[in-house]
Ligand binder design. Structure first.
Ligand code: C5P
Length: 436
């Protein structure tokens, strides 16, 4: 059987955090309402059950039918019809999240003051789930002290204010007031839905990318790391509710929403950043491709070519970050779980096993970077996970997102083990050593 052409396949994959989660999307009367249709579509494609509640003004910009078509769910608009009068309570009570996007100055004022005179404001007042508000307004309304005070009041009450962005608005004016783009809003919503997950209260530090070791002001030594695996790990940790610090060498990737991003260039800078972050971290995922050597000297000026046929560079060792972490960990016990990565072109498992032991790791993800669909610069990875109990788990060829999911599941297990009291061995009974 011939499948659909690739252009017709689903554009977005179902994402665990969204899967079957009931999301209420409130849409109010702003020109940005047309973008809310895209947001509703993205959330639906990610697996959420999206129910849209529109104000009367919103229906003047976009029809309820548009939202019904992209979500496959009925759209609610009116408080005063019998079949809608009771659902608002049920809608509010069953929702995992209420996102109001776009939120006009008027709706923000109503929410701030607890007014409830239409279906959406009534629903918001009845809701006990997290609420996200994405302001969208024009012509300085956002900067008016009334709006500022209302938004502050909502934020103090725990409402998540997403945006607005600065830029061109429908009136042609430029300034703050544009609703965030749907992909950005989906990122905020993903973060809010993940809170309270199995890793909530845990701090996870992830490193990503290839370090840059400068030769002169315009040149550096680096490697082919794209940072994708590290960023996928950061997202997988966020999705499980963790607080995430992402220490990254320069890469062209968006920070997953909610992660603290620390940019570094060299192995030395990464080492300092990791040691500082690791002091309070439960987990360290060392996915960065750290240079092992750097130029012994960095020229102050651009190195010029001369008549000689060759140029010899002297390289010197960079700090071994994991060794420095292991040394501290012996004293502090933190991070409780450390995962390393081994990218090799030959004798993969032997080298990986050696690193597992010498770098005092709990788990190592070994990937053969000599095969074309695995490792650097591609979106897939073929990884084998080795642990300290001699366990060898060979994963199939997976997307880096799926590899990250598998690694985070192993991390959960390792954290649970680390929390167990040491098991009494056969010759150390609990009563041993007691004075009788
Ligand atoms: O480069 P190598 O294959 O030894 O990397 C193995 C692991 O050690 C990786 O997790 C990498 O991030 C880490 N590493 C490190 N400090 C270095 C080099 C690598 O922590 N200087």
């Amino acid at each position: 059987m011939i499948g659909p052409p690739s252009s017709l396949r689903a554009t977005m994959e179902v994402i665990g955090v969204f899967k079957d989660r009931p999301i209420l999307l409130g849409v109010t009367g702003s020109i940005a309402a047309y973008k809310a249709a895209d947001l509703a579509s993205k959330l639906t494609q990610a697996g959420a059950r999206v129910t849209v509640v529109m104000t009367e003004a919103a229906t003047r910009f976009v029809t309820p039918l548009t939202f019904q078509a992209v979500t496959g769910q009925p759209v609610y608009t009116d408080l005063w019809t019998l079949e809608h009068h009771i659902p608002h309570v049920g809608l509010a009570q069953n929702a995992a999240l209420l996102a109001i996007a776009p939120a006009t100055a008027n709706m923000i004022a109503k929410l701030a003051h607890g007014l409830a005179d239409d279906l959406l404001s009534v629903t918001a007042l009845a809701a006990r789930c997290p609420i996200l508000v994405a302001p969208a307004m024009d012509a300085g309304m956002y900067e008016h002290p009334a709006t500022t005070a209302n938004l502050r009041a909502l934020a103090e009450r725990g409402v998540h204010i997403a945006g607005p962005a600065c830029g061109r608005m429908a009136s042609g004016l430029v300034g703050p007031g544009r609703m965030l783009e749907p992909t950005e809003l989906a990122g905020h919503i993903r973060y809010l839905l993940s809170r309270g997950g199995p890793l909530s209260g845990r701090r996870v530090v992830v490193t990503a990318g290839g370090t840059r070791e400068p030769l002169d002001p315009v040149r550096f030594l680096t490697n082919r790391s794209s940072g994708r695996q590290g960023f996928a790990l950061a997202q997988a940790a966020l999705d499980r509710g963790a607080d995430v610090t992402l220490i990254t060498a320069p890469v062209a990737l968006e920070t997953p929403w909610g992660a603290e991003r620390i940019e570094v260039q060299t192995a030395e800078e990464m080492c300092q950043a990791v040691l500082a972050a690791a002091e309070t971290a439960d987990v360290l995922l060392m996915a960065a491709a750290v240079a092992d050597y750097r130029p012994a000297e960095t020229a102050a000026h651009k190195i010029k070519k001369d008549a000689s046929a060759s140029l010899t560079l002297t390289l010197t060792r960079t700090p071994d970050i994991l060794a420095a972490v292991a040394e501290r960990r012996d004293r502090t016990g933190l991070p409780a779980v450390v995962v390393g990565f081994a990218a090799e072109t030959d004798d993969l498992l032997r080298y990986a096993h050696e690193k597992l032991l010498t770098k005092h790791l709990d788990l190592i993800a070994a990937n053969d970077v000599s095969i074309p669909d695995s490792g650097f610069e591609v979106t897939t990875n073929r990884v084998t996970l080795l642990d300290t109990q001699g366990g060898v788990e060979r994963l199939d060829l997976l997307s880096k997102t799926e590899v990250a999911e598998r690694i985070l599941e192993r991390v959960r297990g390792l954290l649970a083990e680390a929390a167990q009291p040491p098991v009494a061995t056969a010759n150390t009974r609990p009563d041993q050593g007691k004075q009788t």
